[in-house]
Ligand binder design. Structure first.
Ligand code: MCA
Ligand code: AMP
Length: 504
């Protein structure tokens, strides 16, 4: 029976003896090991009642078992919904309720907090710890190593990824099998990945970058990955001589450049360095080339679209640009107000269309309508321009978004929490330059009746329900917020005033 995603990424490796994952403890897992582990897990999932179209939410540390869980979902037709490990129980409650997940898989240490939530939202709960132990794998060990693959169509849903929004509510981007397959196929070819490649994998696997770009490409070509639990400069420098390629957010590259051990010799065997998820400074691009002789290949994507553009493999990798639209992807620059296409050289909103573009937001038809045109073009909220040679340059954002270390943070979500604190009249959250994370979060607050606010207490209060990476690094009390004639808060003014807070 056909199931394109499972067949292309996993089923084809059922007999493959080649290495798939090299772990920090020196162990190597072969492709066939992951495929049989996936079959056992799929057995567990169906036994407890999950079937095609059901959602499985997973908030778990990075481990080979998580990739097997992803494979199991594909094989059983279940929608895989990975969640950032930094999310708090409050954040989880929203995701469980909104997605209607039938099962939550979480780290054992979080069971006391998450078990009541799972009950509240009628989801079953199984555990999976970073070392692969827990109730999921216990049950899996009693299952057969084969599982009859569920028939699926390439238009069927494969995954949900939550992405926050300018209104403060997260939306689940629905990704089809085709979205994932088409993008991995295109990128593998464009970036010349083969089974001989060894990808240095230090990204999290709960986002597009680490899962659908890095991992899917390697699965598609049958290459292997040095699978690090997280980015740690020591481990990366030590492992790099055994790798051929790496994908990272700009913070990976600035951290490597800050490390004296990272030199030309470390990167001698490398074929390709790729950067994305946030803007790579031209200065970083230049310093990296000076240090290693390699020009980083920058690309541009989104949760809703996977990858849209890439600098060329051969040809000039132009610093400060995200390259050309991928084969099969249409990209235009449009007037943000009228939607009319603008001539090359003019700044406007980037819109994209292609097999990579998602199916809409789960149970949010109005939000889908606002961002996905009837003709299939998706409004990215990024402002860009196409230069005379066809390179796309991202020059800003029409959406109010902060990107810190590759994680997206929507100010609105934090402002709503700050505004709800007793004694706070209003707030504005902005991103300011930060040497390590690119941007970081600053909150400006105005008190009721000009009373002096206990900023530490406010920070603790909002911290209860916000993942650490979203929490303002600094809160500042101000008398008032600057506004334009329409009464709208002028965040650009605030960004200028506080520009040097972390870099000055
Ligand atoms: C960790 N912290 C952060 C971040 N990460 N704070 C702000 N921004 C972050 N990104 C917090 C920690 O909780 C900790 O808090 C403190 O900062 C310092 O932690 P540190 O050990 O330095 O952090 P780390 O564990 O080394 O992580 C930094 C990192 C990591 C390596 C940059 O955030 C990372 O791997 N980012 C990649 C994200 C990613 O994959 N994005 C792709 C999204 P405290 O000490 O106070 O407790 S997909 C996407 O964007 C699109 C589709 C695309 O185009 O790819
Ligand atoms: P996400 O919501 O995590 O999918 O983040 C997508 C956003 O990340 C895009 O809309 C861009 O604003 C940003 N982004 C991704 N890649 C790049 C890049 N190479 N340069 C600048 N911004 C990027």
């Amino acid at each position: 029976m056909s199931n394109p995603l499972y067949d292309r990424l996993f089923g084809c490796h059922a007999e493959n003896e080649a290495p798939f994952l090299h772990l920090v403890n020196g162990e190597t897992l072969r492709y066939r090991d992951i495929v049989s582990m996936a079959a056992r897990i799929a057995g567990v999932l169906t036994e407890i009642g999950l079937g095609p179209g059901d959602r499985l939410a997973a908030q778990v540390e990075k481990s080979p078992e998580v990739l097997a869980l992803y494979a199991a979902c594909a094989q059983a037709g279940i929608v895989f919904l990975p969640l950032n490990t930094a999310y708090t129980a409050d954040e989880l409650a929203y995701f469980l309720e909104n997605s209607g997940a039938a099962l939550l898989v979480c780290d054992g240490s979080r069971t006391p907090q998450l078990s009541p939530l799972a009950q509240q939202f009628d989801a079953k709960l199984l555990t999976l710890d970073a070392d692969g132990s827990g109730s999921l794998m216990d049950a899996a060990s009693r299952m057969p190593t084969t599982f009859e693959t569920m028939a699926r169509d390439e238009d069927d849903l494969a995954a949900f990824l939550y992405t926050s929004g300018t209104t403060g509510r997260s939306k689940a981007a629905m990704l089809s099998q085709k979205n994932l397959i088409s993008n991995a196929e295109t990128l593998a070819e464009l970036w010349r990945f083969t089974k001989d490649d060894v990808l240095l994998h230090a990204l999290p696997i709960f986002h597009t970058h680490g899962l659908f770009v890095g991992t899917n490409i390697m699965l598609m070509v049958g290459g292997s990955m040095i699978f690090l639990p997280r980015f740690d400069a020591n481990d990366v420098v030590r492992s790099m001589p055994r790798a051929t390629s790496m994908m990272g957010v700009p913070t990976f590259y600035t951290r490597l450049l800050d490390d004296d051990r990272f030199c030309r010799e470390t990167a001698r065997h490398m074929r390709l360095f790729i950067s994305g998820s946030a803007p790579l400074l031209e200065e970083t691009h230049k310093r990296f080339e000076e240090r290693t002789g390699h020009r980083i290949l920058e690309r541009y994507g989104m949760t809703e679209t996977n990858m849209n553009t890439s600098n060329p493999y051969d040809g000039e990798r132009r610093a400060g640009t995200v390259g050309f639209p991928l084969p099969g992807v249409e990209l235009k620059i449009a007037d943000p107000e009228t939607g009319e296409t603008l001539p090359d050289g003019e700044v406007g909103q980037i819109e994209v269309r292609g097999p990579n573009v998602y199916k809409g937001y789960w149970r949010m038809p109005e939000k889908t309508k606002a961002e996905l045109r009837d003709d299939g073009f998706f409004l990215t909220g990024d402002l860009g321009v196409i230069d005379a040679d066809g390179y796309v340059r991202i020059v800003g954002r029409s959406k109010d978004l902060i990107i810190s270390g590759g994680y997206n943070i929507y100010p609105k979500e934090i402002e709503l929490l700050l505004d709800a604190v007793q004694g706070i009249r209003e707030s504005a959250v902005i991103g300011v330059p930060h040497a390590d994370f690119g941007e970081t979060v600053v909150g400006l607050i105005v008190a009721e009746n000009d009373v002096e606010v206990d900023l530490e207490a406010v920070s603790d209060e909002v911290g209860q329900s916000l993942a650490r990476f979203k929490q303002p690094r600094k809160l500042i009390q101000v008398d008032e917020l600057p506004r334009n004639a329409m009464g709208k808060v002028q965040k650009n003014v605030l960004r200028e005033v506080y520009a040097d807070l972390f870099t000055g």
